[in-house]
Design a protein around this ligand. Structure first.
Ligand code: ME8
Length: 530
């Protein structure tokens, strides 16, 4: 059993985004996944820290600033704000928003550098040494590549596996002795922390990459200036990924390891990332941390990528999906629901208008929205606008209530305890099995017929349905906070009875409580006529 203090905290991070580009659906997706977990854990009684932010250094950002005709600092101030606006538009509940240009982060980055330099590698050698980098670099990925990883396109240009163009770089550079960390890393993945990397497919890829051997990693650059200065090494700025990864500990108070925040929240419970940045998070980052005498995070989960109507999303194709446009068109909570329901989390997925409308009109408007509207309107008209007084529950009622009250355990398990967790799509499927059960129950019990034949029984059925809706709404809050707030308001659930402890039968709806007039929560999407 973990100690109580262990189970009561949860530190989740999203990647910090490069400010060379405007926010798009991919950025919204990763942070949404974090937001749902953060909200879930808060409702589940944990103390949560949820971090997102912007990654503002490096050659890519320096070039984007130059292209915009702005000094890097002015450029990053401007573009970083777009990511804060995205967080507000998506209703993200992040506790902190870090910018890597902040003084707290410069301090932390220089401190981790010094800590890495002060410790020896597992083979007893200096972790950092001065050398010269001769090799390939992709500015778009801010990554170094081996010749053997590259392909040559029909245009004769060499490209990284990501498709990014590479350039030949020769410059003096400090190196991190990553090659000495291979055995330690393999032992960490295989024995010490078998659930460090999810999903399993990514775990296997990382293990086979590390088994293939690791080269030392260039961790400073000398051919441009936009970065964190390397301590005591004029002309060197830190490799942007060493600086960027450090954001996760900056926000917990590093280099002061004695703060309440650091002691409570580090190591992080989960770094959520896209599949493109797995290597940085699962190979470099645990090695940097261990080399600095710090604990690695507990888990890194890599989700898949979205395409748009079957096509890769890219600026040059002009098919970038802007979160604000989606929110305006379909509504925020339907978009949040769709992104996590449509695609098995961890796999690639395709955004299409047809699929979005299918989920909105099917799962949301029909299955859940219509159920709530039918039950609440009926109670309003025929039950005196009050929570109906139930009589004795029969086996069907008991089964319905047991199913509703049991969803939390199923959802918690799928979000935290399976080897491919978090499995948002399966968690939502589990909630929808209750919604489907409630729709079958209402059809079978037919309260509209009971109104004439057996009003007392009608009240029991309506109570069972209202209580089922309460449980469903409580559990769905992390996914669709605004819509579920509306539904809970319509059930007159007090604000202090909306955490997961309130799923208990002891917090069930009180008969006789007045209910406000019901309103639809998920308007159907109607296609505009051409
Ligand atoms: O990599 N589908 O930042 P970045 C799904 N600054 N997710 C997508 C996506 C798509 N089509 N496109 C992007 C960086 N993403 C670094 C991170 S962390 C210490 C530093 C998401 O702005 C996905 O999560 O390039 C990916 O990992 C992230 O955006 C990359 O964002």
């Amino acid at each position: 059993m973990p100690a109580p203090s262990e189970t009561k905290r949860y530190y989740i991070t999203s990647p910090i985004y490069y400010v060379n580009d405007a926010p798009h659906i991919g950025h919204a997706y990763t942070t949404l996944a974090c937001d749902v977990l953060a909200r879930f854990m808060r409702l589940d009684g944990r103390r949560v820290k949820f971090l997102t932010g912007t990654d503002e250094h490096g050659q890519k950002v320096e070039k984007a600033a130059a292209a915009a005709g702005l000094a890097p600092k002015d450029f990053t101030d401007k573009v970083s704000q777009n990511f804060r606006d995205l967080a507000a538009a998506m209703n993200f509940s992040n506790d902190d928003f870090i910018r890597t240009t902040e003084p707290r982060h410069i301090t932390a980055s220089q401190a981790i550098w010094k800590a890495i330099a002060a410790h020896k590698s597992p083979k007893g050698r200096d972790n950092i040494y001065l050398g010269k980098y001769d090799g390939w670099y992709a500015v778009r990925d801010e990554a170094f590549y081996d010749e053997k990883e590259l392909t040559t396109g029909p245009d004769g240009k060499k490209r990284a596996p990501s498709g990014a163009e590479v350039e030949w770089v020769e410059e003096p550079s400090y190196f991190f002795r990553l090659s000495d960390w291979q055995d330690w890393l393999l032992d960490y993945y295989e024995t010490v922390k078998p659930d460090f990397i999810g999903p399993n497919t990514r775990r296997n890829e990382v293990i086979s990459f590390v088994r293939g051997g690791l080269n030392d990693l260039s961790i400073s650059r000398t051919t441009f200036k936009w970065g964190v200065p390397v301590p005591d090494a004029p002309g060197h700025v830190m490799y942007v990924w060493l600086d960027a990864l450090t954001n996760y500990i900056t926000a917990a108070g590093y280099p002061d390891e004695n703060t309440e925040d650091f002691k409570t929240f580090w190591p992080a419970d989960l770094h959520m990332v896209g599949k493109d940045i797995v290597r940085f998070h699962t190979v470099y980052w645990p090695a940097f941390l261990k080399a600095a005498g710090l604990e690695p995070p507990r888990r890194v989960f890599a989700h898949g990528w979205w395409t748009n109507e079957g096509q890769k999303i890219s600026k040059s194709l002009g098919n970038v999906i802007e979160p604000n446009a989606l929110i305006q068109k379909y509504g925020l909570d339907p978009v949040r629901y769709f992104l996590l329901r449509e695609v098995p989390f961890g796999q690639d997925g395709d955004f299409s208008h047809r699929a979005m409308v299918g989920r909105l009109n099917g799962d949301l408007a029909n299955d859940l929205g219509n159920l709530a509207q039918r039950v609440l309107s009926f109670v309003h008209k025929n039950g005196g606008a009050q929570v109906p007084p139930p009589g004795a529950f029969d086996a069907a009622d008991d089964a319905m209530l047991a199913q509703a009250r049991g969803i939390l355990d199923a959802v918690r398990h799928l979000l935290t305890a399976t080897s491919n967790a978090p499995e948002f799509h399966r968690a939502l499927e589990a909630v929808w099995s209750v919604v489907t059960g409630a729709n079958a129950y209402v059809d079978k019990q037919a309260p509209w017929t009971l109104r004439k034949t057996d009003p007392a029984r009608m009240n029991t059925v309506l109570y069972t349905l209202a209580e089922t809706l309460r449980c469903v709404a409580l559990v769905l809050q992390p996914f669709m906070p605004q819509a579920m707030e509306k539904l809970l308001d319509q059930l007159a659930v007090p604000a202090d009875a909306r955490d997961f402890a309130s799923l208990d039968a002891k917090a069930a709806l009180t008969p006789g409580t007045s209910l406000p007039a019901p309103q639809g929560i998920f308007p159907r999407f109607v296609e505009e006529k051409a």
